[in-house]
Design a protein around this ligand. Structure first.
Ligand code: PGA
Length: 222
């Protein structure tokens, strides 16, 4: 259920090919985009390809509950790594916000998502849907798990500085995307990826819900 690629360069270029094809075929595409260390190569590759983002509408998977101008917020991450390096309109870049139902309404008003790119956490989360998240969950405020706080402390000065809460798209929201691509990078992700893709479909492994999607591609490099 997943394809193993040679290295990180191939992971990034393979997923960039998918995004490029989507944008060329349908310039007015609605994308869900991830943050984290995994998509950095993808974003560099997309910038290099000088694609036309002028009609693209982007939604991010999640954001910490923190000042969005903070250098470690996901707003800042996306501006720095993708948005400010393309011709996407700032008004077309959306992050989950409160009230969360208005965020969902915005996605639905735009007739849904064409392509959703995901990473996977070492505990099997997708976006910030931590283990135990309901498969029909919608956008909401969540407490981050200890594992996620530890994993994400590499981006902050210390684990105490990592925000304890976030707003995340729900698993139900993500599953409504027409196409989903999951990227996993590093040997430390192999075991959880294997459990999620080949084990039982269970809310204790949130990414396992992807087994129920009819148009999903999963790429791994070690
Ligand atoms: P990472 O995070 O890309 O930094 O490994 C992935 C995730 O937590 O979804």
């Amino acid at each position: 259920m997943y394809k193993i690629l040679r290295d990180y360069k191939e992971l990034s270029s393979t997923v960039a090919d998918i995004v490029e094809a989507q944008l060329k075929e349908q310039p007015l595409s609605k994308l869900i985009l991830p943050t984290g260390s995994t998509p950095l190569g993808l974003y560099d590759e997309l910038v290099k390809r000088k694609l036309d983002w002028s009609l693209v509408i982007a939604y991010n998977l999640d954001e910490y509950i923190m000042n969005i101008d903070h250098p470690y917020s996901y707003h800042s991450y996306m501006k720095k790594n993708l948005f400010d390096r393309t011709n996407i309109y700032p008004d077309h870049c959306h992050f989950p916000f409160r009230p969360v139902l208005s965020f969902e309404d915005k996605i639905n008003a735009n007739r849904g998502i064409d392509l959703c790119i995901l990473g996977i956490g070492s505990n099997g989360h997708i976006a910030f849907n931590e283990p135990g998240s309901a498969f029909d969950s919608r956008t909401r405020v969540v407490d981050l798990s200890l594992q996620t706080l530890q994993d994400n402390s590499k981006y902050f000065d210390s684990v105490e500085d990592v925000p304890k809460q976030a707003i995340t798209m729900g698993l139900g929201t993500i599953m409504e995307s027409k196409k989903i691509v999951l990227m996993a990078n590093g040997v430390h992700k192999f075991q959880i990826l294997n459990v999620a893709m080949n084990g039982g479909v269970t809310e204790t492994v949130p990414a396992s819900i992807l087994q129920k999607h009819n148009n999903v591609e999963v790429y791994y490099c070690g």
